[in-house]
Design a protein around this ligand. Structure first.
Ligand SMILES: *Cc1c(COP(=O)(O)O)cnc(C)c1O
Length: 366
């Protein structure tokens, strides 16, 4: 089996065209949801079954469902875009399918056939296509997730039953008021992920464990937290829920470096796209290691010119300044840099169809 047929249950109380237009005029981020959702069940004896498109609404769970106690869950995030020619595309959905299955292996959860994952996204996006914004820079954020539903308080085994769901949320331009660099906090008290842990899996527990560090960043006047390695607390891993890119030099000498995937970092699809795009723009790209002293000294010497976070939500988020308990410095002049902006333009250009897609990244939804 690679796909299933979906039972289609239409929402009889869909949002009116007028109300939808009002929402799409200012969708914000993750506050509004479309009329439908996908649900697919899994049982260890039956495999994947009972695929449905149904009205968006609450999920009923047994209070002893394994996810509620032991956080056996995972999620994904990608976007559907309306291109300049009016067609609707998703960006690299097969990459999300593969990553979801990698997360599933780590969380002892069932893998979902890639074709079924992508078909489920297509059924939802094509049904709710009127929710894909037409405003330049806006998109429809897609959130697939899987939870363990078995009623079981025993802690010694993964669940037998799971629910896979996809919901969709229209979202505005992350930087509606212009691109503003973030100030980041070097967290030395908290770590996001340890070797052998779940840092490379997109699972909710990693986020639950990150809120205290994020709150500390805010308490110190910063926007986001920089996660350092769990052993020496000095090797840079990620920022907030984004991967990090360091730009050295400028003009034709510019090159980018991103921390290598050591198992404690989340393998971002935006990160991977940047590593692929940059060399084709004449920007050398490498995966490596950078510690906080090298980061600080590189900025002070002028060798390190720009730093940005990257992920599906913001695409790129320039970092303007860094703070820690015993140090603080700015990056370049604290403004978004030309290499960051160039990479952003190229990627957004492919997503919205302003530029050709030589990589086969955009996936048309019919
Ligand atoms: C999802 C995520 C990213 C970015 O991944 P993209 O596929 O580029 O959106 C980076 N870090 C963490 C911790 C994440 O959860």
């Amino acid at each position: 089996m690679s796909t299933l047929d979906f039972e289609i249950i239409r929402n009889e109380n869909s949002v009116s065209a007028e109300d939808r237009a009002g929402i799409l005029a200012d969708p914000g981020w993750g506050q509004y949801f479309t009329d439908h959702m996908i649900t697919i069940r899994y049982h260890k004896d039956k495999g994947w079954h009972d695929a449905k498109l149904e009205p968006y609404g609450p999920i009923t769970l047994d209070p002893a469902a394994q996810v509620l106690h032991y956080a056996q869950e995972l999620f994904e995030g990608l976007k559907a875009y309306r291109q300049v020619d009016g067609s609707i595309v998703m960006f690299r959905p097969y990459a999300n399918a593969a990553r979801m299955n990698a997360s599933a292996q780590r969380m002892a959860m069932p893998e979902i056939p890639e074709e079924l994952f992508v078909k489920a996204l297509e059924v939802l996006v094509s049904t709710d296509r009127d929710w894909v914004p037409t405003t330049e820079g806006h998109s429809l954020y897609l959130r697939p997730f899987m939870i363990a539903t078995t009623r079981q308080l025993g802690v010694n085994q993964p669940a037998d039953e799971y629910l896979f769901t996809i919901i969709a949320s229209p979202c505005g331009n992350y930087y509606a008021r212009g691109i503003k660099p973030v100030t980041v906090w070097l967290s030395q008290d908290f770590t996001r992920a340890a070797p052998g842990g779940t840092g490379a899996a997109k699972t909710g527990g990693n986020y639950a464990a990150s809120f205290a560090g994020q709150a500390q960043a805010v308490a110190n006047g910063c926007d986001q937290v920089v996660w350092l390695d769990a052993v020496e607390h000095r090797w840079v891993e990620e920022v907030g829920s984004m991967n990090l890119m360091f730009v050295y030099g400028s003009g034709s000498q510019a090159r980018i470096l991103t921390p290598a995937l050591t198992g404690t970092l989340l393998p971002g699809i935006t990160r991977d796209s940047m590593l692929t795009l940059a060399p084709d723009l004449g920007i050398q790209a490498e995966e490596g290691k950078i510690n906080i002293d090298e980061w600080q000294h590189g900025c002070e010497s002028g060798e390190l010119t720009e730093v940005f976070g990257c992920g599906t939500a913001a695409i790129i988020s320039p970092v303007g300044a860094v703070k820690g308990t015993d140090r603080a410095w700015t990056i370049g002049d604290g403004e978004p840099g030309p290499v960051s902006m160039r990479l952003r333009e190229e990627l957004i250009g492919i997503q919205f169809g302003h530029r050709p897609d030589p990589y086969g990244w955009v996936h048309k939804v019919s």
